[in-house]
Design a protein around this ligand. Sequence first.
Ligand code: ZN
Length: 418
Amino acid sequence: MPDAIQFEVLARSRTCAARLGRVTTAHGAFDTPAFMPVGTQGAVKGILPHLVRATGAQILLNNTFHLMLRPGADLIAKLGGVHAFMGWDGPILTDSGGYQAYSLADVNSVDDEGVTFKSIVDGSTVRLSPERAIEVQNQLGSDIIMAFDDCPPAIAGNEDETGATVDPRLREAIRRDSRATGDYDHASRLALANERTVRWLERCNRAHSRPSDQALFGIVQGGTDFDARSWCAERVCNIDLPGYAIGGVAVGEPFEEIAPVVEHTARLLPEDKPRYLMGVGYERDLVQSVRAGLDMFDCVLPTRNGRNANAFTDNGQIRLRNARFRDDAAPIEPGCDCPACDPASHGWATPDARPFSRAYLRHLFAAGEMLGPILVSLHNLRHFQRLMAEIRDAIRSDDWSALESRWLGQVERPHEPG
Ligand SMILES: [Zn+2]
């Protein structure tokens, strides 16, 4: 049986663990290190597929949780799978739905069999187990599918690590699930989650019905504890899979705190398989993670911040709603080749090949025009793809000086809530 994906390493840095590569799937290839825009509900919000491609994206991420609830995996399968359904013929990765079930849904119970929650679409009771998460992804037909893992939010206090209050029903469900007989013990719940992640991965692998055209990735959990990460990585990597991921990283704590855990865990993953860091992150985090040996990334930042008028530039984020842009004729970022800053190079006939100005974009947001979020999302998506191209160049030439001085030096990172 042919492998669902092929991974070639084309160049390696001599000064760090970074590598340049290429992953070939049934729907084409993508260069690594790769950044995947997020198409939560089968769409990168507001952006036509050919424009997503024009930003340089070669692979997208879709969320299983949302697609299984609406319109349903049966319907998508009937209409030819998720590529045909959304009009994207390149590679697609789907997550397992577990993380959203924990973080978005009204959870009834968590146990060894899976998670039961109330649908956010119609209130019906939904059960997500390792077998069901794989069945749904097999129906969707994505090129890379993710194992269903146990990743409960921290409920040690009244708040989770992001400062958001954890839903009381979820807290109660996780308490009931804990092996601790007396008071809830967070450490023992994390140990349970780690063991369960390994057991569930074995079940996912057995349930996977399309291994010849869909690549199942295992996920290493273990929180911020080096030993727990080592324990999990050893067991997860003992199962021979086409790729491996590091999960439980983008769950609230600042990346600076988790970076040593990412470096530690990356070293434990096989050299000859793609390594995916889930849900990360800002530019500096990406540069640092590539240096640690990671190959694939996804994050909602470009599109979520774009919808909120926050544009990424080489000098940090700018808020286009700010009054100082009221009569600013400059593009978001002079020199940027995105469809908003340089429409002419994308065949858009603006008078005198002028860019869309900051003043115009500010006006669009003030007026509630949907073109504002579309243009800034396009710019942000291109910003991240330009960064990835620069990263790949840095690996090819093994010269990190320009990238490091630009991104690793950015101690202050403007925090713009989405
Ligand atoms: Zn731009």
